[in-house]
Design a protein around this ligand. Structure first.
Ligand SMILES: *[C@@H]1O[C@H](CO)[C@@H](O)[C@H](O)[C@H]1NC(C)=O
Ligand SMILES: *[C@@H]1O[C@H](CO)[C@@H](O)[C@H](O)[C@H]1NC(C)=O
Ligand SMILES: *[C@@H]1O[C@H](CO)[C@@H](O)[C@H](O)[C@H]1NC(C)=O
Ligand SMILES: *[C@@H]1O[C@H](CO)[C@@H](O)[C@H](O)[C@H]1NC(C)=O
Ligand SMILES: *[C@@H]1O[C@H](CO)[C@@H](O)[C@H](O)[C@H]1NC(C)=O
Length: 253
């Protein structure tokens, strides 16, 4: 009698236990990094506006980084040490987004090398006890006007494809930020797209408002692969922004 009465109480207690909050460590180049005089990406907007209820994040984006320099410069070792530090209290996720600098001839990094470097990042995160999320590179805001309809020039297409190959080879999760940002930029057109420029003539890096728009886009994409984070109230995209992103309508926070 007593035992059967205890069972529902036990289940109620178990279901009321809070889940473990996520900790996002953001690895990448200047299109992830904090806004500064010559860099700035989506990372701070993501951390500032989409994490709630004890979820946390740190932006380890580094201006000018490639998949090679990020490791040789010690930035990657820092990220892995943070996974070790936070993994007992959080679900640690490491977003990995490179390509803008890897593709420059001066970097001397072939696409197969870039792919292999991303695969090694995935293995390293798993060995450290975290969960990797590969991110295809944020689109630049360069438009081709030759057809009459301004259309984003797909100058990161090889890096996008390689990131997806790296995810498939390692069975890692990925989000296709390159496609989502390209579609959005095609939809809103150049005049509105340029309002997100870090400086008037910087078509790569984004200002604070751009960071919040594209940071929200990243959160919306992560919601699609990890819906439990949204269900538990850890990851929320501003509803007006989400509606605008879904309709391809310009949004200014
Ligand atoms: C993030 O928050 C910090 C601290 O309030 C602020 O200085 C920074 O401009 C914010 N950046 C973005 C992109 O929201
Ligand atoms: C480019 O990398 C290859 C392979 O690592 C190396 O053999 C070559 O010397 C490098 N070229 C330059 C110009 O650095
Ligand atoms: C396309 O049009 C936009 C908006 O007028 C302009 O800023 C951009 O420089 C043009 N692109 C090219 C490649 O000429
Ligand atoms: C790939 O990952 C998924 C979950 O992320 C898992 O369910 C599946 O078993 C994995 N497959 C292999 C071959 O490791
Ligand atoms: C979304 O952001 C706007 C400012 O951009 C703010 O006015 C609004 O209250 C926010 N909505 C929610 C649901 O937080």
């Amino acid at each position: 009698m007593r035992a059967t009465n205890l069972l529902p109480l036990f289940l109620l207690g178990a279901s009321a236990l809070p889940s473990t909050p996520p900790f996002f460590l953001l690895a990448g180049d200047s299109t992830t990094a904090t806004q500064s005089s010559d860099g700035g990406g989506w990372g701070d907007g993501f951390i500032n506006t989409t994490l709630f209820n004890g979820a946390r994040g740190i932006n380890y984006g580094h201006d000018g980084a490639t998949t090679v320099s990020y490791r040789s410069g010690g930035y990657w070792a820092t990220v892995l040490s943070k996974v070790a530090e936070y993994k007992s209290d959080y679900r640690t996720f490491v977003t990995i987004q490179f390509g803008h600098n890897d593709q420059k001839p001066a970097a001397n990094i072939t696409v197969p090398e870039y792919t292999g470097n991303l695969e090694q990042f995935v293995r390293d995160v798993r060995n450290a006890g975290g969960t990797p999320i590969l991110v295809t590179p944020l689109s630049r805001r360069d438009y081709d006007n030759s057809t009459g309809t301004p259309t984003i020039i797909l100058n990161l297409e090889n890096q996008r494809a390689a990131t997806i190959v790296a995810a498939e080879r390692t069975n890692a999760s990925y989000i296709d930020l390159n496609k989502a940002s390209t579609d959005y930029l095609n939809s809103i057109g150049p005049a509105d797209a340029y309002t997100y420029n870090l400086d008037a003539d910087d078509y790569t890096h984004i200002n604070v408002e751009g960071s919040q728009v594209f940071g929200g886009m990243v959160a919306a994409l992560i919601d699609q692969i990890l819906p439990e984070l949204k269900d538990d109230g850890y990851l929320e995209v501003n509803s007006s922004l989400l509606a605008a992103l879904e309709k391809g309508k310009y949004y200014w926070p």
